[in-house]
Design a protein around this ligand. Structure first.
Ligand code: UGA
Length: 434
């Protein structure tokens, strides 16, 4: 099939590349000429495991091309994916400027039947707005469907190629049939393509992300309570997670959820509720608890250094909001670093992928280490913010030698508390007895 993807951010790029992989002819459109040039020369502009291999393969096969021309894209595709940013507005709602701007252009430019697919995370009612915007100028037939994306950064290729489910919101049989044809190769395992109305599809995305954020936040509160009563959240987590109604996943406590999705989507659903005179009380709490959770280690660090961090050197392992990404948006590390810098500490940091992004934001206020052990050199304590695999089995003898004091603040519960005690560390983690 002929496919056009407008917007080559994270979702658009993965969508376009993976759709080319099943034999479709895909054109990706982006207004950023520099980025388009980069992609045309075979460079993937984001870090996402396995994407480079299929990106390269499909460019070479001529199935994946890039352009800055929306006209060219609209002439090509029978299905037009909108994978445009929906940034957080000042009031927390999703800003539809880009989605509706491109819709306006689509209305003016399409010359034959098209299915316009909302892939971006958009508030309930957006498909209706997109349809109305296109209809103002359109001189031919078209349909708008909502097809929310459930990709996780770091696992996006696998999530796209082997989805647990595909949600399509559509009120047109013709458009539904085209979407089913497009996605058939991805659900050979029998996983469902769930067809529903557009509004329900739009809400499915927000409800899923908000539920997962709530699940994590609930566990973070249980972890905090564990500390108050001397229980161990790891044991509670396993005890709870083996109930299949609860499930094992997304029960890992830590220093709060971050990233470009959960924080934005939870706030957008809360705001959308308010706009419809519905107060999501549960989301108000989730947002509040998560704000506190991101800096939950600061009082513990303060207590250890008796409130005086001036001139102390803290090593940090992990800056990205989670492993396998260079994304630092809403990363808990940002909030912890800010707090530590304000207290007069100096920071020696290391992350396997996110260093360039951190450097852009923090400039020369941090010391950038060339490796995980280099970050420890002469530091008064180690703080762990992201659970990259390489941090899971460090050489503890070396860690102890390099640190001035054997102190670890672990925001991701990477190590066994007994092992750490035996190795002679003062080890502080989340929701576990020290
Ligand atoms: C999330 C959803 O998982 C995807 O299904 C969705 O498509 C995506 O948002 C999106 O809307 O685009 P992502 O933000 O890439 O994906 O990352 P997750 O792996 O879900 O992690 C989100 C945050 O929750 C991270 O900060 C992570 O550290 C935290 N988390 C996750 C925990 O603190 N505990 C857990 O048990 C799981």
């Amino acid at each position: 099939m002929k496919i056009t993807v407008v917007g080559t951010g994270y979702v658009g790029l993965v969508t376009g590349t993976c759709l080319a992989e099943t034999g479709n002819e895909v054109i990706c459109v982006d207004i950023d000429a520099e980025k388009v040039k980069q992609m045309q020369s075979g460079i993937v502009p984001i870090y996402e495991p396995h994407l480079d291999v299929i990106f390269d393969r499909n460019i070479k096969a001529g199935r994946l091309t890039f352009t800055t021309s929306l006209d060219e894209g609209l002439d090509h595709g029978e299905i037009i994916f909108l994978a445009l940013p929906t940034p957080e507005d000042e009031d927390g709602s999703a800003d539809l400027r880009y989605v509706l701007g491109v819709s306006e252009e689509i209305g003016k430019k399409i010359k034959s039947y098209k299915v316009i697919v909302d892939k971006s995370t958009v508030p309930v009612g957006t498909a209706e707005k997109v349809r109305a915007t296109i209809a103002k100028n359109a001189s031919c037939d078209f349909d708008v469907v909502s097809n929310p994306e459930f990709l996780r950064e770091g696992f996006a290729v696998d999530d796209f190629l082997k989805p647990e489910r595909i949600v399509v919101g559509s009120s047109s049989e013709k458009a539904t049939a085209l979407m089913q044809k497009l996605y058939k190769p991805f659900v050979r395992s029998g996983n469902p393509i769930i067809i529903m109305d557009e509004k329900s599809a739009e809400l499915t995305k927000y409800a899923s992300n908000s539920f997962l954020a709530t699940k994590i936040t609930f566990m973070n509160e249980i972890a905090n309570y564990c500390e108050a009563v001397g229980a161990d959240v790891d044991k509670v987590r396993v005890g709870m997670g083996t109930d299949s109604r609860i499930g094992k996943r997304f029960l890992f406590p830590g220093i709060g959820y971050g990233g470009s999705c959960f924080p934005k989507d939870v706030k957008a659903l809360q705001k959308a509720g308010r706009d419809s005179n519905y107060e999501f009380k549960i989301l108000d709490s989730v947002i509040r608890v998560n704000e506190g959770q991101k800096i939950i280690l600061l009082p513990k660090i303060d207590a250890h250094f008796k409130g005086d961090l001036k001139g102390k050197k803290i090593a940090i392992w992990g800056l990205a909001f989670k492993p396998e990404t260079d994304d630092i948006r809403e990363a808990p590390s940002l909030y912890l670093m800010k707090g530590l810098l304000e207290r007069g500490a100096s920071l020696q940091v290391f992350d396997p992928e996110a260093m360039p992004n951190i450097q852009k934001r923090f400039g020369n206020t941090l010391d950038y280490a060339s490796g995980m052990y280099e970050a420890l050199d002469g530091a008064d304590a180690l703080l762990i913010c992201t659970e990259w695999s390489i941090f899971r089995t460090p050489n503890l003898v070396k860690v102890k030698q390099l640190l001035q004091q054997p102190v670890i603040f672990d925001g991701r519960n990477l190590y066994d508390t007994n092992d750490m005690q035996e190795a002679g560390f003062n080890y502080v983690s989340i929701g576990r007895t020290e």
